[in-house]
Design a protein around this ligand. Sequence first.
Ligand code: GLY
Length: 387
Amino acid sequence: MNTKILLSLLLGTACLMASCRNQEMIPVDEISSLAVKQCTIMEQLLTEDTMPRNFQNGELVRSDTHWWCSGFFPGVCWYTYKLSGEEAMKEMALKESAKLLDVSGLSGDHDLGFQVLPSSGEAYAETGDTLYLKTIRAAATELAARFSPVAGVMKSWNGHKFSFPVIIDNMMNLELLTRASKLFDVPEWKEIAITHARTTMRNHFREDGSCYHLVDYNPEDGSIIRKQTVQGYADESAWARGQAWALYGFTMMYRETQEEDFLQQAEKVAAFLLPRLEGRPVPPWDFDAPEESIAQDDASAGAVMSSAFFELATLTKDSASAERYKAQAVATLKALCGEKYLAKEGEVGGFLLKHSTGHYPAGKEVDVPLTYADYYFIEAIWRYKNL
Ligand code: GLY
């Protein structure tokens, strides 16, 4: 055998071994069949107008379809269908998505994207049925109406003690506008999303790349009244899920618009996060939490970060950064697939992940499974599989 052939054989074997190791690292098939079983258990616990919310005191806690998280279970069903190819999962995804067809029954705040994209958005992408277009269009119209050209942002919440509150989470819902803008040829919706993201980039971030949870604007002149937290430990702390929304939101906005400043912003957030995730790939609920609560994890923040890092790895122009992002995405996903976080069949009412934190300061949904943790976890599995 000549040296060239020998070398290429050795190289081929090494690549195959590396790829096998990579596949083994995350047990995609096991997660897929677990998700089929868990979704089936969970769906049996739901009624026509309820969705899963969390699991507490040995019981599934349900929400109505107005709750901001109502889109995530249909979304988990869609990803489970795509991973498993099981027709029963498609039926379940269609049935669950149908619960959210009427936009007037949805949250009435910025969360419309969280509700409509994983349900009607996914249903339209999978079936091409124009039935879903009406819902997507109505939701985008309602979301765009929240935009103030004076402040250059959309109002996140109604009826709170604030004047014109904008939370970092709102970045996630811009995808409804960019996608609807393409679907219905409404360029203004994309412009609103870009302007909101640029204003957020200017006002929500600190020098170190971390962000505030909430910026309250004066709607009369767009000036800033206050920067603060609601769900984090302190106004100046780095609430983990907020940082996750920022990473995911700016990565997604770069994918949707190809505007370079969004990629730069996503990479700044990544630079803040990477050293903090070293040795603790699933973050604490707040990176600056005090000693008495720093042990409390937020698996949902980990899931959002993992999914976002997978996508950022495909978009960055620097190959070393791509490797770092991918390694972090895998490390976090691997931890989430471990004994501590991953539910066993039949456990916790059909959820996939344990140990998330909803609202620590209010003592609500602390150390529980949450639907958005499951949704971004299974999305991360899907992205890993399609690397
Ligand atoms: N959007 C609310 C949260 O992240 O808890």
